[in-house]
Design a protein around this ligand. Structure first.
Ligand SMILES: *Cc1c(COP(=O)(O)O)cnc(C)c1O
Length: 386
């Protein structure tokens, strides 16, 4: 289905609400039934009917249809956060005694889910270098049920060979799950490679305005329907109808926003690569990236994330650099309109924190919707201060 159709019309049954262009916010917790018979019939199939907003809500349902279509899957679930989507997708596929293989350096809370919570319920796990198919293959055990990917991950952007991973999963009857937040559905559709379940932090590009936290899970009806009946209805991580309508508004410009960030971030990456005070640039679609060919074969763009190692001798110099950045806000998250950065040197030598997995001079930038020259001159100012 054309992207324009999905973003502008799909799921919007306007004749049901006065031909209103904008979808109504159906802010209700529950729905009434015409008769006791219809009550009994509908409640036996909560997946398809409107009974209670923890299950289905018409405003959320419009969003659900669009998200499923964006990832080319049969259905989708909308959750209250990206980590709720990750948690539900993973737990839905595992029982005590099963084994999960996860790429090293996944999103922090995904790692904590596996290490701290699933382990308590008797799930075994291994974190492996996802850039090497052999290390994935070597980690497979007879009880392996899930291979969890994040391609690229959101800090250092390691890419996994999705075709190769899917071949391994199919051979061993393992469910593949991927966190596709980094690329968004605009630049990568993992279903095209045969991945089973796709999750996103919708907080990032899908909403795109830094004002709603949500997640999505996309997959076949055969996977999504039982997940809805069991984990989704039991854990109950829903977004409100009002938030769904805000995300629908955000989605109207998904294509424009993600492409703008991507184009500006590519120019910023090229600028940084040439600057003498930058020692390394992380961007999977720069020809200098060691994974350039693989990345190019599965992603049509990278989005707004770019990381660097600054040519700084010590944390004082890092501090000088950061204090000269005026247009980038220091903050977590990404995918909104505003450019952001996260330095890692403040976490070094702190007793209450683990030493980061990246060097002290590492900084992750998110390039938002601002103009290239505007952002470049801010970076230049900070780099030239060194
Ligand atoms: C932000 C993020 C998450 C978690 O999403 P929330 O919406 O914050 O719960 C998961 N995966 C990746 C790659 C992320 O960047």
């Amino acid at each position: 289905m054309p992207l324009s159709e999905i973003l502008t019309h799909l799921g919007e049954e306007r004749s049901q609400y006065y031909n209103s262009i904008a979808p109504p916010v159906i802010q209700t917790s529950n729905f009434a039934f015409d008769s006791p018979e219809s009550f009994a019939e509908k409640i036996s199939n909560e997946f398809e009917h409107h009974i209670y907003t923890r299950g289905n809500n018409p405003t959320v349902q419009i969003l659900r249809k669009k998200i499923a279509a964006l990832e080319k899957t049969e259905d989708a679930l909308i959750t209250s956060s990206g980590v709720a989507a990750v948690s539900i997708a993973i737990t839905s596929q595992l029982s005590a005694g099963d084994h999960i293989i996860c790429v090293s350096r996944p999103y922090d809370w995904t790692r904590k889910l596996i290490e701290n919570i699933l382990a308590r319920f008797g799930v075994e796990f291994d974190f492996v270098d996802g850039t090497n198919l052999n290390s994935i293959r070597d980690a497979i055990k007879t009880n392996t049920k899930v291979i969890y990917l994040e391609s690229p991950n959101s800090k250092t952007f390691e890419v996994q060979d999705l075709r190769g991973c899917v071949a391994i999963c199919q051979q061993h009857k393992i469910t593949s799950i991927i966190d596709n937040s980094h690329c968004s559905p605009i630049f990568q559709n993992p279903i095209d490679f045969g991945i089973d379940l796709v999750v996103h932090s919708g907080t990032k590009y899908l909403n795109g305005h830094s004002d709603v936290v949500l997640g999505v899970i996309c997959g076949s009806e055969a996977l999504i329907r039982p997940m809805f009946q069991r984990e989704f209805m039991t854990f109950g991580p829903i977004i409100s109808p009002l938030e769904a309508s805000m995300v629908l508004r955000g989605l109207r410009t998904l294509d424009l926003r993600v492409r703008r960030s991507d184009a500006t971030a590519m120019k910023i990456a090229q600028y940084l690569e040439k600057h003498p005070r930058v020692s390394k640039v992380y961007h999977p679609l720069l020809p200098s990236s060691s994974q350039y060919q693989l990345a190019k074969s599965q992603m049509s763009g990278n989005g707004g994330l770019v990381s660097v190692e600054i040519d700084a001798r010590n944390t004082t110099e890092m501090n000088t650099f950061c204090s000269h950045l005026k247009k980038f806000l220091l903050g977590v998250s990404w995918g909104g309109y505003e450019s952001l950065y996260i330095p890692f040197y403040p976490f070094y030598d702190r007793l209450d924190q683990n030493t980061p997995s990246v060097p002290f001079n590492f900084i992750r930038f998110y390039i938002g919707l601002e103009d290239f020259e505007y952002l470049k001159s801010d970076l230049k100012h900070a780099l030239d201060s060194l």
